[in-house]
Design a protein around this ligand. Structure first.
Ligand code: BGC
Length: 382
């Protein structure tokens, strides 16, 4: 069971000092530049928040995000804090796993020690999902897997308090693949080395992560399904959803394959933007003759800027606001004992299947880029 007695007295005292702002914990600092101070801030407020819950206050949710510095995650994180603050029924505290499995484990254990009522886990320990589900069950709190691999049917069968909220990754892969097919068909010159194959570079996110696996598979599948022969250049390029890593990987490939690459498929916009930087430095994107199709996923603000600039061919709107609102609404519904269904959740673009909440993507390109707007300060729960 929960081990509140383990909360060190000193930390508790420190947190009580920091507790004066009342309900709706929000961490300080800009959401996409996680600093030591941000994390420390969150830790401090966590103690205060959970102390409130222990004394019969509102329920507390502990969210462990994989990386505060990730563009998409920082938007989801900030929205969740904003929604919780505005709604006031559930307090949200959070912690940064800093893209490290060990840090995630220790953050999770911290949340359990503090006796959170909900654990929201943006899990990167994808090889240990069942073990984590067992731990959540043992702790007795609700568990919500967020934007990551969903637990198995067996895991769900063991625990009524388990949920997952994630986007339908096959859709995002298909959106990228179909955009490339369209481009290929409309541009005979797209086969740059004339080998009759579509030579693509695939930039992968975190190894084993659901979105990485599925987006890479379905993007290539859509191209093959259109009858186009493909050839992968550079093999498995694991860039962990990171712009700098993707830039480095593509820059390295250009040394040997500058004349061969026909397109770049990136499992998120940050990596697509890294690829575009490297391509620009390598002489691409100077004019129509040096254009190269690059696709991403997320439709982040910077991703959309690249669509407008004419470098990013397409992206798939992965809405962090919808993700955060769906997470919060699942918690609010379970708190009041209401079954979570598509209707009771009532958030546009979501569908509930059992304890799994799925979010749809939307293809974004130069024609509809202005439709990719989302507002992380919008706290309405619909
Ligand atoms: C997003 C990525 C993000 C990853 C991390 C994905 O759904 O598209 O941008 O880095 O989730 O959880």
């Amino acid at each position: 069971m929960r081990k509140l007695w383990l909360v060190p007295v000193l930390l508790l005292c420190a947190s009580l000092t920091a507790c004066s702002s009342g309900n709706g914990t929000s961490t300080t600092g800009t959401s996409n530049s996680a600093t030591e101070a941000d994390t420390q801030g969150a830790e401090t407020e966590k103690d205060a928040a959970t102390d409130g819950a222990a004394q019969g206050g509102i329920p507390v949710a502990g969210a462990c995000w994989y990386n505060f510095a990730d563009t998409f995650i920082s938007n989801a994180r900030q929205t969740l804090l904003n929604v919780a603050k505005a709604d006031g029924r559930i307090e949200v505290i959070d912690a940064d796993s800093q893209n490290d499995v060990g840090t995630q484990t220790s953050n999770m254990n911290n949340m359990f020690t503090k006796g959170v009522d909900y654990l929201v886990l943006n899990n990167i320990n994808t090889g240990a999902i069942s073990e984590i589900c067992d731990q959540i069950k043992e702790e007795g709190c609700y568990g919500i897997f967020a934007n990551t691999d969903t637990p198995s049917d067996e895991d769900f069968a063991k625990n009524d308090k388990l949920y997952s909220v994630a986007s339908r990754a096959p859709e995002s892969g298909t959106i990228m693949g179909e955009a490339v097919v369209k481009y290929w068909k409309e541009h005979p010159e797209a086969d740059r080395n004339g080998n009759g194959k579509l030579d693509y570079v695939m930039l992968l996110g975190i190894q084993g992560h659901y979105d990485t696996e599925v987006r890479s598979e379905y993007s290539v599948k859509a191209i093959q399904d259109a009858g186009i022969e493909v050839n992968q250049i550079g093999g498995e390029l694991i860039c962990e959803y990171n712009r700098a890593k993707a830039q480095e990987a593509v820059a390295a490939l250009l040394a040997n394959y500058s004349e061969d690459i026909d397109c770049v498929l990136a499992c998120n916009d940050d990596m697509a933007l890294g690829a575009i930087e490297a391509l620009k430095a390598g002489g691409f994107f100077k004019d129509a003759g040096t254009y190269l199709p690059v696709c991403g996923v997320d439709a982040t603000a910077v991703g959309c800027d690249a669509v407008r600039e004419g470098t990013l061919l397409t992206t798939a709107l992965n809405n962090p606001v919808t993700l955060a609102k769906a997470i919060y609404k699942v918690m609010a519904l379970t708190k009041e004992g209401t079954e979570v269904t598509t209707e009771s959740l009532g958030i546009a673009g979501t569908e509930v299947e059992g304890h799994r909440v799925w979010i749809s993507y939307k293809a974004i390109n130069a024609d509809n880029v202005d439709e990719a707007n989302y507002d992380i300060t919008n706290t309405s729960l619909e």
